[in-house]
Design a protein. Sequence first.
Length: 295
Amino acid sequence: MPEGVQLWNHRPYETIEVKRLAGALGAEISGVDLSEPLTDGLFGEIYQAFVEHHVIFFRDQEITPEQYLAFAKRWGGIHLHPFMKGLDDHPEILELIKTETDTYAFGNSWHSDQMFAPKPAKCTMLYALETPETGGDTQFANLYAAYDALSDGMKAMVGGLRCHNGGDRTSAHDRKSRAERYSGASGMKLKDPGDVQTESIHPLVRTHVDTGRKALYMGSHTQCIEGFTPEESKPILAQLQKHIERPEFICRFNWAPGSLAIWDNRCCQHYAINDYAGQRRRMHRITIMGEDAPF
Ligand code: SIN
């Protein structure tokens, strides 16, 4: 939890307005100008909405990279992507760009960010600069709801399992290497992770530090259940992933320039929909470091 923030139960918001986007998760927040420094009270309300709704959205924000970074630092330390280069002037900001002729869209698989790291990303922010006329939405899945809906038998089975997660996965769709995939994303720059750890083992069910709730914790970085053969592990993970993708656990956000989202990687998966061939989409992404290893 960021310093100075205290969560509450059953108290109305005093400054912001919160409008739910779907039954499962997601809310649009209004009454905030993110270009201005936020008082502790206002930031506390935004954090409360984030914890309650798991992914929050703002519309019509006009912020400079400096203002964006100042806002991001309220949430924790900035995480640098081990495989992708940030902006030259602001390396903490990763530009996700898909041009009219590109074929590959960053984030086009169900995942939770940086699951390959020993302390995976806490939350991720995405700010839209250019959006397609149609398409390019992002979907989010509620991993608390997916866990809660499992049978008691399945909860008992998955409760003690841990999984291997790797950053150098091949794509869930096309089995291509990272370099091959990014040949279809002309504006995105790869980098060598050096000695940054990009393989980690995490529990398949994690407990959220802010809420104490349990969530299924897996995604396209998840490769295998510890102690299982790949053949044994694959159908279990595939069945759980299919369960997570049930429409009852999902919300979908339609971007416009100036939209900004913040999602909680500890209890959400997300999926960038690649359905806007021939159109351009440009977003600025900042990821906030996780404070603890999942437990
Ligand atoms: C991501 O996975 O961080 C990208 C999401 C998006 O571009 O919609």
